[in-house]
Design a protein around this ligand. Structure first.
Ligand SMILES: *Cc1c(COP(=O)(O)O)cnc(C)c1O
Length: 220
C-alpha cells in the first residue's frame, strides 16, 4: 500500500482525540514529503542530527517531536524548534532542557518517559522518580518547561496480555500523578504510547498519541 493509504487506514482506527505521530527515522525527506503532501504535519524522529537536518529541509508548519533518547549535550540543537520532547528520562536532562529553553525564551513542552517494560534495555524513569520530579516542577524548579504528560514503550514481545498490562500501568501512573499532584490540571493530558505493532492496544488503554513508523513508511 502507499504511504497515503497507510495513513488513511491508521487514522480511521484512531478516535478524534488521538494524535498520529508519523515516525520517519531513517527515511529520506522525499518520503516524508509524500506524507506531508496528504496533510500529515506531525513527525517524530529519534536522533538529534537527523531531526535538525529534516527540520531545515522541510516546510516550516511541521510539528517535530523528539521521541528517542536525548543526550544533554545535544539539547541545545533542537530546543529552538522542537514541539514536544517525549523522552525525558532524567533530572539532568530536565535541567538542561530548562536552561536551553530559557536562553531562547521558550516554555518547552515535554513528556516524562516512564520505564514500563520488563526489559531493562529501554530508557525510562521509575514511578517514584517521576513523582519526585513532578514535586520539583510544582516548586517551580523548571520554569521554562511544561510537563504535559507521560510516555512509555511496552516490552518487545508477542504476549499481548503483557503489553496490555504495561500500557494499563502507564495509564494508572498518569492518573495518579494527575490526581495526587496536579489537581487535575487540564494541561497535563497526554499519554504517548503505542507503535506499529501495538497501537490498537494502546488506544484501548487510553493513549492520546501513537508513534507509528513502519506501518506508514514500511520497514527500516
Ligand atoms: C522507532 C520508534 C517508534 C516507531 O516504531 P514502529 O515499530 O516503526 O512503529 C516509536 N517510538 C519510538 C521511541 C521509536 O524509536
Amino acid at each position: 500500500m502507499s504511504i497515503a493509504a497507510n495513513i488513511e487506514k491508521i487514522k480511521q482506527e484512531l478516535s478524534q482525540n488521538v494524535k498520529l505521530i508519523a515516525v520517519s527515522k531513517t527515511k529520506p525527506v522525499e518520503t516524508l514529503m509524500e506524507a506531508y503532501n496528504i496533510g500529515q504535519k506531525i513527525f517524530g524522529e529519534n536522533k538529534v542530527q537527523e531531526l535538525v537536518d529534516k527540520y531545515q529541509q522541510m516546510p516550516k508548519d511541521i510539528e517535530w517531536h523528539m521521541i528517542g533518547h536525548l543526550q544533554s549535550n545535544k539539547v541545545k540543537y533542537i530546543i529552538p524548534f522542537v514541539h514536544l520532547i517525549h523522552s525525558v528520562d532524567s533530572e539532568n536532562l530536565l535541567l538542561e532542557i530548562n536552561k536551553q529553553a530559557a536562553k531562547v525564551n521558550k516554555v518547552q513542552k515535554v513528556l516524562l518517559q516512564i520505564g514500563i517494560a520488563s526489559e531493562d534495555t529501554k530508557f525510562g524513569l521509575e514511578k517514584e522518580i517521576a513523582n519526585s520530579l513532578i514535586i520539583k516542577y510544582l516548586n517551580k524548579e523548571f520554569e521554562n518547561i511544561e510537563i504535559i504528560g507521560l510516555m512509555g514503550m511496552a516490552t518487545f514481545t508477542n504476549d499481548l496480555k503483557q503489553i496490555e498490562n504495561e500500557f494499563e500501568n502507564l495509564k494508572n501512573i498518569f492518573d495518579e500523578i494527575k490526581t495526587n499532584y496536579l489537581n487535575n490540571q487540564s494541561s497535563f493530558n497526554q499519554i504517548s504510547m503505542g507503535m506499529s505493532s501495538d497501537y490498537k492496544i494502546a488506544i484501548a488503554k487510553g493513549s492520546t498519541m501513537v508513534r507509528v513508523g513502519s506501518s506508514i513508511f514500511g520497514g527500516r
